[in-house]
Design a protein around this ligand. Structure first.
Ligand SMILES: *Cc1c(COP(=O)(O)O)cnc(C)c1O
Length: 395
């Protein structure tokens, strides 16, 4: 039985070398990093080294890195933390329509608490509308946030320009870089952002481990109250193995980033080419220009069939993919990202996300395309809209 994992945007495999680096911090150096004895100091030393390593890899100061339980917490923290800190100055926040649920559902809650949100649209490839963004700015705007790279269709957003617009108006700027971190070299200084969210399990690190970059001087209230951990800004006993794993995963990712990106983009492009050429009535969602799209992402809408049916058939063939966003699957709502791109509802329902990783091979790509051809043909034969010869019925 084949097992082909094409869902790297949902999560990735923990790198064995990362696991090896983490292990002693579960069983040997298990002290609380806040304790004042030798065991505590050993743990704290590992945390300090990891923080220094991450900071230097992304062009930040160690004091600007705060460890969290993942991308979701980092996103929640920045939204709630800025709203709380600036409530006396303004109650208006600007975000994109294609943010992750961690942002959108927090925004919905904050709206109920009296904050106002503007949701900026995107073009048909998923790029944020910068004119609409500029027009949405008000004297009481306290934060602008746009994700660095979209988790469903792979669009890489012009963060540098967004930061420039925000800072021209003296507004703080955040980006959710959870998908971007493993796909490109991040440099917070160069981008100029005030806040950036990260999650280790998207680049072969451990699950339940994330970080928030907070630029020196950027005001932000805390989300998690507790002890004095993380310079009193995030309570909770430090996840020492997780912190060590985050740093190791990022270090290893950046060591071979250029060759891995080239390899994975090659798989993606082979897949996109074959699907587009060999399967009729299929549309690629997201940017056509491969350099403006996450190297691992291919998202397709298959006309006249349900994405869920394709997903289940691929699963039976041992191929793991995602229909729309994993977080919203299970519901019958079409993906908010595809709708924001202007994909019609019926087509959005027939969409599948394939996300490749460095463990995948050319054989995986070819096997998947071959299976997909069979599956799509079979499902279309059962579709009332389709004739047996493969042409569309007149309605
Ligand atoms: C996965 C993901 C998150 C959530 O991160 P977790 O660590 O799983 O909580 C947030 N934003 C984006 C863009 C993601 O892809």
């Amino acid at each position: 039985m084949k097992e082909i994992y094409l869902d790297h945007a949902a999560t990735t495999k923990l790198d064995e070398r990362v696991l090896k680096k983490m292990m002693p911090y579960f069983t040997e150096y298990y002290g609380n990093a806040n304790s004042q004895h030798g065991m505590g100091r050993d743990a704290q030393k590992a945390v300090d080294e990891a923080r220094d390593e991450i900071a230097s890899l992304i062009g930040a100061k160690p004091s600007e890195i705060y460890f969290t339980s993942g991308g979701t917490e980092s996103d929640n923290w920045v939204l709630r933390g800025v709203c709380k800190a600036f409530a006396d100055k303004g109650k208006h926040v600007i975000i994109s329509k294609i943010e992750h649920a961690a942002m959108l559902s927090t925004a919905a809650e904050l709206e109920k608490e009296g904050f106002e949100f503007s949701y900026i649209g995107v073009d048909k490839e998923g790029f944020i509308d910068l004119d609409e963004l500029k027009k949405a700015i008000r004297p009481d705007t306290i934060l602008i946030s746009c994700m660095y790279a979209n988790n469903e269709v792979g669009t890489i957003e012009p963060i540098k320009e967004i930061v420039k617009i925000a800072h021209e108006h003296k507004i703080l700027c955040h980006t959710d870089a959870v998908q971007a971190m493993g796909a490109m070299r991040i440099n917070v200084g160069e981008l100029g952002v005030d806040f950036m969210s990260f999650s280790a399990h998207k680049f072969n690190g451990p699950k339940g481990m994330g970080a928030l970059f907070v630029k020196t001087g950027a005001r932000l209230n805390r989300l998690i109250s507790g002890g004095h951990q993380e310079r009193t800004r995030r309570g909770g006993t430090t996840n020492v193995p997780g912190v060590v794993g985050f740093a190791e995963a990022l270090k290893l990712t950046y060591e071979t980033l250029d060759e891995d990106v080239k390899y994975v983009a090659g798989l993606r492009d082979r897949f996109i080419k074959r699907v587009t050429e060999e399967i009729p009535y299929v549309k690629l969602n997201g940017p056509r220009d491969g350099s403006k799209r996450l190297p691992n992402n291919a998202d397709f809408s298959f006309e006249y069939i349900e994405g869920e049916s394709i997903l289940f058939s691929l699963d039976l063939a041992g191929i793991a993919v995602s229909s729309g966003s994993a977080c919203s699957s299970g519901s019958l709502e079409p993906s908010h990202v595809l709708l924001a791109l202007g994909v019609p509802e019926e087509l959005a329902h027939g969409s599948i996300r394939f996300t490749f990783g460095k463990e995948n091979t050319v054989e995986d790509v070819d096997y998947t395309v071959d299976k997909l051809k069979e599956i799509v043909e079979r499902l279309r034969k059962m579709s009332p809209l389709f004739k047996l010869d493969g042409t569309v019925k007149e309605v």
